[in-house]
Design a protein. Structure first.
Length: 718
């Protein structure tokens, strides 16, 4: 293989193509980046590098190579017929995602058969036309992602249909004998009993359950849950099994545990919370030290592995939080009573107990099973009042409790300051909340901002989670780490970071896109600090968040970029997250001298938990969207001040300044010009007038329509 600087300059495209083919063929399983190619062939001039990039792109165009990300390639060894997942889109621009990863491939609607999002399909790649993107056609549907769907019943004489929000080819035909008593406009859960084939073009289904009348709050919330395959009822067998658990603490339990009942302990939660799964204790030690206990409900003591309760919890993997209700992972008897760390009751916990100095440095820790007795249940608002009030009146013992709370807050602030100094990200989260009346109708919507009371709890939970992960993941010299579910967060997407850099330059900011994780985080944090208080602050944070990867569960630890922790797990919420229960069980097993657990089995559970977390988040967002549309339905025709919160090729998303409700101004309604979408600069530009709509621009809107069935809020520009 010819190498050398001079040879690199003299290469023709044909010669370079032959050399590249030989290189990829010799190592068919290796991923080659641009930098690898340049280094291998000593291509150190700009023309030579551009020739290589052009040649690689042409080889990918001809399906000789497969792109891996934006700047790397592998030999295409998969052939013209492949299997993978199908993604259906409302505009008909569907896509195919190959097994094992790779870039999505366009599947035109006409070549999609009746495949739906998530279906496993077999496709064949179509002959490539010059200057056209790669296309595939579905030739076989291997496995359906789901066979139940929700929607509204429409009954017309002898025929009934389910009108869904899914991206179906058509509505679902339901024989009248299969309606199960359903009436016009009922919300229903329907199972598909016949998919389209050569003889039948209709999708045919049968009603499984009637959820209620359209517009009824319970029916609509159940519809959202059923749409995502989430349970809206608890199995009776599981509830009955839970009721048999009394929560009685035996002498044997006490003998096996460290007793914290005489140590001052409290819970701090939202005012309407019922499941208290974490508590904090604090005690002053000699020499200016503090003992702080992070006490977590010992769910695994009551929910034994493989039991009927455990199987249901594993399937759910997480509690789901809709606007007006919680769908718990565990039966109510367990999560609100037996396991919940209610005040003035003895409770079993799994605890991480820290010895901290006055600067919140960890001098020592121990992970132990405990019994506690919470002295008081605080709401976040109550603690915030204490923290803001300084010295307070009241009984002497109350003053003492408040002093302990302020000490916890002072230590938490030191932990937080040090975490940011070490490279943790400074994204401030805002959560949209609704006040609802007795019928579930929204009366007010607003953002809840995290305050010191919230951050106090957050900081000690982070410390406990990190400590548990390090305890197992860093076993010491000469020892191998045992299997543990980690909570990992990969480094930001480099291309999206570059897009962010190009975006913030227009506001006069600078940032790094390369370097160590700590350097990247410091640069991003400086950007957040510099933009704080400016009009573009929220927009920059929005674009920065788009560059971040999603956190997930896995037994393969890669660290947590956002928190700047090399080791991190979830230990502190076993009532509402199944991975925490997994961690509790494994910790107990290892403390008793048990062998490392099966890695493959726990990786499958981690993947399932990550998937269910995303599904639950989607359902939560849809419930928020429903209430937002319902709330604004009372304001049709009214005008509001807003700002542009999102821009797409099809229109402008605008968020009302007063109540934070978001709607769409369709691009067709911007009729004073033909507007083109500038994706890199997040703006629409008028072709004739050059008028621009930019992310963050103030805008006056009128509420034009509120479609509850489509969860769609339409605005017009005033």
């Amino acid at each position: 293989m010819s190498k050398g600087k001079k040879a690199g300059r003299r290469l023709t495209k044909k010669q370079l193509g032959e050399m590249l083919l030989s290189l990829f063929t010799q190592q068919p399983d290796r991923k080659w980046s641009f930098k690898d190619i340049f280094r291998t062939f000593h291509l150190d001039t700009h023309p030579a590098k551009m020739l290589a990039i052009e040649t690689l792109e042409e080889m990918a165009w001809d399906d000789i190579l497969t792109p891996v990300g934006d700047s790397a390639y592998m030999l295409n060894t998969k052939g013209q017929v492949q299997e993978g997942k199908f993604v259906r889109k409302p505009n008909g621009k569907n896509s195919f995602i190959p097994d094992g990863g790779g870039l999505p491939v366009f599947v035109p609607e006409r070549n999609s058969m009746s495949a739906l999002t998530g279906d496993r399909v077999q496709v064949s790649f179509m002959a490539r036309r010059r200057n056209h993107i790669k296309e595939a056609q579905v030739i076989k549907i291997l496995e359906r992602a789901k066979d139940t769907f929700v929607g509204r019943l429409h009954i017309d004489h002898d025929v009934a249909f389910l009108i869904t929000q899914e991206d179906f080819v058509s509505d679902v035909l339901i024989p009248k004998r299969k309606l199960k008593g359903g009436k016009e406009n009922d919300k229903a859960l329907v199972r598909i009993i016949q998919w389209p084939d050569d003889n039948h073009k209709n999708i045919v289904g049968e009603v499984v359950d009637i959820l209620g009348k359209s517009g009824d709050n319970d029916a609509e919330m159940h519809t959202i849950l059923a749409k995502y395959g989430l349970p809206y009822k608890y199995p009776k067998a599981v509830e009955e099994a839970a009721k048999k658990i009394t929560g009685e603490i035996t002498e044997k339990d006490l003998a096996e545990r460290e007793d914290f009942r005489a140590t001052w302990t409290c819970t701090i939660d939202p005012a309407d919370a019922k499941d208290f799964d974490d508590a904090l204790s604090i005690k002053e030690l000699k020499g200016g030290l503090w003992e702080v206990g992070v006490h977590i409900a010992d769910v695994s003591h009551y929910v034994t592995e493989g039991s009927v309760i455990d199987k249901e919890a594993q399937k759910r993997a997480t509690s789901v939080y809709l606007v007006d209700r919680t769908i718990p992972m565990l039966p109510e008897h367990l999560c609100n009573y037996v396991c919940s760390l209610r005040p003035d009751e003895d409770k079993l916990c799994y605890s991480v107990v820290f010895t901290l100095d006055d600067d919140a440095y960890v001098r020592d820790y121990r992970i132990v099973h405990t019994v506690i007795r919470s002295n008081r249940r605080y709401s976040y608002e109550e603690v915030q009042t204490v923290l803001e009030s300084g010295a307070s009146g009241g009984k002497p013992e109350a003053k003492s409790e408040e002093a302990l709370l302020r000490t916890l807050d002072r230590l938490a602030k030191k932990l937080r300051e040090r975490r940011f100094r070490n490279g943790a990200m400074k994204f401030e989260s805002e959560e949209l909340h609704f006040d609802v009346d007795e019928k579930g109708r929204p009366t007010r919507c607003y953002f809840k901002v995290s305050k010191d009371a919230n951050k106090l709890i957050e900081e000690f939970m982070l410390l406990a989670n990190r400590t548990v992960a390090e305890h197992v993941g860093k076993p010491g010299k000469g020892k191998k780490a045992k299997t543990l579910p980690y909570r990992v967060h990969d480094n930001p997407d480099p291309q999206k970071l570059e897009t962010l850099r190009e975006y913030v330059v227009r506001f006069g900011y600078k940032m790094k896109t390369e370097g160590t994780n700590a350097a990247l985080a410091r640069s991003l944090n400086k950007l957040m600090d510099d933009s704080e208080g400016h009009a573009e602050q929220k927009l920059i944070q929005h674009v920065a968040l788009r560059a971040m990867m999603k956190a997930k569960y896995t037994v393969h630890n890669i660290g947590h970029f956002g928190l700047a922790f090399p080791y991190y797990t979830h230990f502190t919420s076993p009532i509402r997250r199944y991975p925490d229960t997994m961690v509790h069980r494994l910790l107990t097993r290892y403390q008793r001298g048990g062998r490392s657990a099966n890695e493959r089995y726990y990786e499958e559970l981690c993947q399932h938990s990550s998937d269910m977390e995303q599904i639950a988040a989607n359902a939560e967002r849809e419930s928020i969207k429903y209430k937002m549309v319902e709330f604004m339905g009372e304001h049709i025709g009214e005008e509001f001040d807003a700002h542009i919160s999102g821009i797409q090729s099809y229109g402008l998303y605008c968020e009302i300044d007063d109540n934070h409700c978001e709607g769409l101004v369709p691009i067709r309604d911007l009729d004073d010009d033909y507007y083109e979408f500038d994706e890199n600069r997040f703006r629409l530009v008028g072709r004739r007038t050059r008028k621009t709509y930019n992310l963050g621009d103030p805008i006056r809107i009128r509420v034009a329509a509120a479609n509850l069935e489509k969860r769609q809020l339409d605005f017009t520009v005033r």
